[in-house]
Design a protein around this ligand. Structure first.
Ligand code: NAP
Length: 321
């Protein structure tokens, strides 16, 4: 099969190769998926570049996310799943990521993709929607809650808006320009605020003096804003290590009685991951989740695809094997 892979970390143009490799066989508990679309995330380029290295078992086919159709199953997996459309999450934790014509995955990490969901949507759910789900719901339901999503046009931010709205929350979000404001409004945010404006905090306080949940992409930049909107009901959930670590203003955190949570998807307890995948699958069937603008690359263009993610392209970069 044709696959992209690397056997050492480094710049995309130096370490990514595309070639024929042996098609894998599903082992017990696994499924073989014919990949329709492989989705990229910042984690894929950070792992490939060596910023956040993971062990390489001989070679690594990149990309945690993807969509496709089950072609074969290993022992212990229901044969009726052959022919099922699926979306995959954490596919590259083993060496067979989704940047190939086929990949093998644990059966439970190939989640049913309802006919209401396109292949492109399926390929963009894994890391972003699963992370958004954990950030929103680790501390309980959100019906009637006020939620602030920092960076609502980002991939995680986009699904945080859509999942919070579906859960009955009122959602405010921050962006840095008009294009991103349009995306956040289309996702269903009730209030979209340009965080570079001096009156951003006033607008957010008018919306809700206290936020119940703040889904945070840049705690160093936003810690003052977040604490100004925090009270005993607030959990600030940070999922990105952006910039320099801030000095935690302990007295202000205590005064607000705020809770802080940190999320790294790879370490989220397995039952929570499976519950999130199941709920996201249902949300797709309800048409509650949508695609950001999609930027398609072929497998042979994988270097350009990785460079597009590194250039902070707005929307989702995908590879079609
Ligand atoms: N912990 C985990 O398990 C996990 C899971 C997924 C992603 N991540 C990490 O989370 C980050 C975002 O991932 P992504 O896929 O959502 O990336 P993305 O699609 O590039 O979105 C990032 C968004 O953050 C916004 N942003 C940056 N600084 C901001 C600030 N001070 N206030 C508000 N918004 C701000 C950016 O917009 P502007 O720059 O225009 O403001 C951009 O829209 C990456 O570092 C990724 O590695 C971690």
């Amino acid at each position: 099969m044709r696959a992209a892979f690397y056997d050492r970390t480094g710049p995309a143009s130096e370490v990514l190769q595309v070639d024929e490799i042996a098609k894998p066989e599903p082992r017990a508990g696994e499924v073989l998926v014919r990949v329709a679309i492989s989705g990229l995330n910042p984690t894929d380029v950070k792992t490939r570049s060596g910023i956040t290295p993971r062990p390489i078992n001989g070679f690594q086919i990149p990309h945690q996310d993807g969509s496709g159709t089950i072609e074969a199953v290993g022992d212990g997996v229901d044969v009726k799943r052959v022919g099922e459309r699926v979306w995959m999450w954490m596919a590259a934790v083993d060496r067979f990521g989704t940047a190939a014509q086929w990949c093998v995955q644990p059966a439970e990490q190939a989640t049913h993709l309802d006919d209401t969901g396109s292949d492109a949507l399926g390929a963009c759910l894994g890391i972003p929607a699963m992370t958004a789900h954990r950030c929103l719901f680790a501390d309980g339901p959100l019906d009637g809650a006020a939620v602030l999503v920092a960076g609502g046009a980002g991939a995680v931010g986009h699904y945080a808006i859509e999942l919070a709205k579906r859960a009955g929350a009122r959602v405010a979000t921050t962006v840095s320009n008009d294009e991103k404001a349009g995306l956040a409004k289309a996702a269903g945010a009730d209030l979209v605020v340009d965080y570079r404006r001096r009156d951003a905090l006033d607008e957010l306080k008018d919306f809700s003096p206290v936020m119940d949940r703040i889904v945070e992409v840049n705690l160093p930049a936003n810690v003052d804003l977040d604490l100004a909107l925090a009270g005993p009901s607030t959990t600030v959930v940070t999922y990105a290590a952006t910039g320099t670590d801030p000095t935690l203003p302990i007295r202000r955190c205590m005064t607000a009685n705020v809770s802080l949570r940190f999320v790294l998807l790879y370490g989220v307890p397995r039952p929570a991951l499976l519950a999130a995948a199941s709920d996201i699958g249902i949300a797709v069937s309800e048409r509650a989740l949508s695609e950001l603008p999609i930027h398609r690359y072929t497998l042979d263009e994988i270097v350009a695809a990785h460079e597009a993610v590194e250039a902070a392209t707005v929307g989702k970069v995908v590879v079609v094997p």
